[in-house]
Design a protein around this ligand. Structure first.
Ligand SMILES: NC(=O)c1ccc[n+]([C@@H]2O[C@H](COP(=O)([O-])OP(=O)(O)OC[C@H]3O[C@@H](n4cnc5c(N)ncnc54)[C@H](O)[C@@H]3O)[C@@H](O)[C@H]2O)c1
Length: 335
């Protein structure tokens, strides 16, 4: 029998996920969609004509014909929606961030631990991206020796008018926290956030933020994060080892030469860059949910990201390096 899914949030990524669940992934059916904006119903029906539409995420989650939930509403709504899903023991795929508030992230972790098994997969899709996986494989092969430094950039073309510097830390930087942990297998011990360049006036703080991260083993990562770069969407990562360097370069995979110049196209947004990774993460979620288990990035990964993001926010306010308190990983997240 197909997995019957309800999707909460039919915005940019929600509609994308509804399309891939409806048309691409086998063994799953989108039976219900919820969005606070009633205008989304007509758009959703162009993808899944027979879907049940409701404005209430809570009503959707508690429906008997919804076996599992995809949360793609804005970050500040995630905690309540996840807690409702857990209260009804429903498997849930939650877009990042797990929560925009550390207290909420801790509550989700505690509830899942009390249930005694994982029910949640978090949308840290870079772990499903072929280029990041290849980078991790090179590190693991020992070809560049023990690694010491990661130099990363994360550039978004634009953000909505209501965006704040705090969201850059709590909503965007969590992807980079995940990459540092995923590639190094180490936990983050401290973070220091600094503005780079003169503010253009578009944000309260600065257009470019530089995060300097240290891990427990003394590795460093330098992350440039710019949320409104206009030219396109790009993520890069150089991993420096004692005997070599491995690089995940930005830009499209294809390069071409014409009219006396070499071109390396830039993806326009996250959909273009990470489309296959979103396909892979949701395929994996559907398959594992049908087997009655949750795999991939977990509530623990989301909680740790919220914990480091809190330290990063404190650093942004104080201007000083901020240490991240060590937290014990609950048993259910040991793999
Ligand atoms: N993994 C990634 O790379 C990635 C990429 C984009 C977005 N995201 C995440 O996905 C989430 C959604 O982002 P987006 O870009 O699609 O935002 P969006 O603003 O385009 O869409 C959000 C939708 O949710 C609806 N909504 C708001 N409150 C709601 C509620 N309480 N219940 C139901 N619907 C509600 C809005 O009406 C809107 O249609 C965010 O958490 C964002 O960080 C992740």
């Amino acid at each position: 029998m197909a997995l019957r899914v309800g999707v909460v949030g039919a915005g940019a990524i929600g509609l994308d996920h509804i399309r891939r669940l409806h048309s691409l992934i086998k063994g799953v059916e989108v039976v219900a969609v919820s969005d606070a904006d009633p205008g989304k119903e007509a758009i959703v029906r162009t993808i899944v004509p027979s879907v049940h539409f409701t404005m209430s995420g809570g009503d959707l989650i508690t429906r008997d014909d919804v076996d599992a939930v995809v949360i793609a509403a804005p970050g500040h709504t995630h905690a309540d929606l996840v807690l409702t899903s857990l209260a009804h023991h429903k498997f849930v795929f939650c877009e990042k961030p797990l929560a925009t508030d550390l207290t909420d992230a801790r509550e989700i972790l505690n509830r899942e631990v009390a249930i005694g098994k994982r029910l949640l997969q978090l949308g840290f899709m870079r772990q499903f991206d072929e280029r990041y996986l290849a980078l991790k494989a090179i590190i693991g092969s020992g070809k560049i020796g023990d690694i010491g430094l990661l130099t990363m950039s994360h550039r978004n073309p634009s953000v909505p008018d209501w965006w704040t510097d705090e969201l850059t830390v709590r909503d965007s930087f969590v992807h980079d926290i995940d990459v540092v942990r995923f590639l190094t297998g180490d936990e983050i011990a401290s973070v220091h956030v600094r503005p780079a360049g003169r503010p253009s006036g578009r944000f309260d703080y600065a257009d470019h933020l530089v995060f300097t991260v240290r891990t427990n083993d003394g590795l460093m990562a330098n992350v440039e994060l710019s949320v409104a770069m206009e030219y396109g969407y790009e993520v890069t990562c150089d991993v420096v080892g004692v005997s070599g360097v491995a690089s995940l370069e930005g830009g499209s995979v294809v390069r071409w030469s014409s009219s006396g110049a070499r071109h390396n196209g830039v993806e326009s947004d996250w959909r273009e860059r990470f489309g296959p990774a979103y396909d892979a993460e949701l395929t994996s979620w559907v398959n594992s949910t049908l087997r009655g288990v949750a795999t991939g990035p977990s509530s623990w990964d989301g909680f740790v990201a919220a914990h480091v993001a809190e330290a990063a926010y404190q650093s942004m306010v104080s201007g000083r390096e901020t240490f991240v308190e060590t937290v014990r990983r609950p048993e259910i997240y040991n793999v």
